[in-house]
Design a binder for this molecule. Structure first.
Ligand code: PDD
Length: 283
């Protein structure tokens, strides 16, 4: 069951006009919210980031925080499964094709849910491989835009190479992954690139840094060079669906000793514990 512009319906019955600007221009923004035990995780933070994305594309938020929370809860309750992945999208609506913003057009609001597929055990146990590529996206990667063609092409490079993620470098510095944030660890210190218009401010990224801070895992938030990336003891990937995952191979070479390291192990456990506590307390 999905939500589309005021109605709930089976996904097979949902229809979007071909002139929707989301279809024609990729003129929209989205969020992906993990749901554990039927409770949305870090909902406030996701809705705050949605507001940031809407502001970034100059589109008025069609709903208050309470309305969003209510719609999302309804979608969750109308779908099966304790753990879900809620995807919501807002586009600039339906209008005759013209690049300029249409006047007086209602935005399209769409919410769907799918089962939350977190990484299989063996990926957590042995890590995944990644490749690097030049970050050729636009300069507003802080907006969670539905126009994801560069991310799609970059991610496919990883798939073509038999890897799981593409780690992006812009002007010799680490930005993020094609659909994740990237951290590294060197001599026991967790390193994270600073938030800027060149990366998506990940909700999981924030959780990991908060946990590092609260549990005295040494960390630094600063620019990370390609040399540091290639010389890292550990590389970690974070996202709402992948949670925290070790990258143990980069461009066909082992990262550190090629096994998930102690910084990953610590943060993975802290993340799982934190998740359980938050969900016990109501999400
Ligand atoms: N993507 N960077 C990019 C480019 C992303 O697409 C994502 C997440 C992240 C991690 O953000 P968060 O921790 O808030 O999930 C970073 C989602 C999962 C997606 O597009 O499916």
């Amino acid at each position: 069951m999905i939500y589309l512009n005021g109605s709930f319906m089976p996904i097979e019955e949902a229809r979007i006009p071909v002139l929707d600007r989301g279809f024609i221009f990729g003129d929209g923004v989205y969020e992906l919210i993990p749901v554990y035990s039927r409770r949305p995780f870090r909902l406030k933070e996701h809705l705050r980031r949605l507001q940031h994305s809407l502001d970034g594309i100059r589109l008025e938020n069609p709903h208050s925080e309470e309305e969003w929370a209510n719609l999302i809860r309804q979608v969750i309750s109308r779908n099966e499964g304790e753990d879900q992945s809620v995807y919501l999208q807002v586009t600039r609506g339906v209008a005759k094709r013209d690049h300029a913003f249409p006047k007086g057009v209602a935005p399209t609001v769409y919410i769907m849910s799918s089962p939350l597929l977190t990484p299989p055990r063996d990926q957590v146990a042995t890590g995944v491989s990644a490749i690097t590529a030049s970050d050729n996206r636009w300069m507003r990667c802080d907006i969670k835009a539905t126009a994801l063609l560069p991310n799609v092409l970059l991610r496919q490079l990883a798939v073509d190479a038999g890897a799981v993620e593409t780690v992006l470098l812009r002007d010799g510095f680490l930005t993020e992954g094609s659909a994740s944030n990237i951290f590294l660890a060197k001599d026991g210190v967790l390193l994270a690139p600073p938030k800027s218009h060149l990366m998506l401010p990940g909700i999981t990224y924030d959780v990991v840094l908060e946990l590092a801070d609260a549990h005295r895992v040494p960390f630094e938030v600063r620019e990370i060079s390609e040399t540091e990336l290639r010389g890292a003891d550990e590389i970690l990937l974070t996202s709402s669906t992948k949670e925290v995952l070790p990258i143990t191979g980069l461009d066909g070479r082992p990262v550190g000793n090629g096994k998930p390291g102690p910084v990953f192990q610590r943060l993975y456990l802290l993340y799982q514990e934190y998740k359980a506590t938050v969900m016990r307390n109501g999400g």
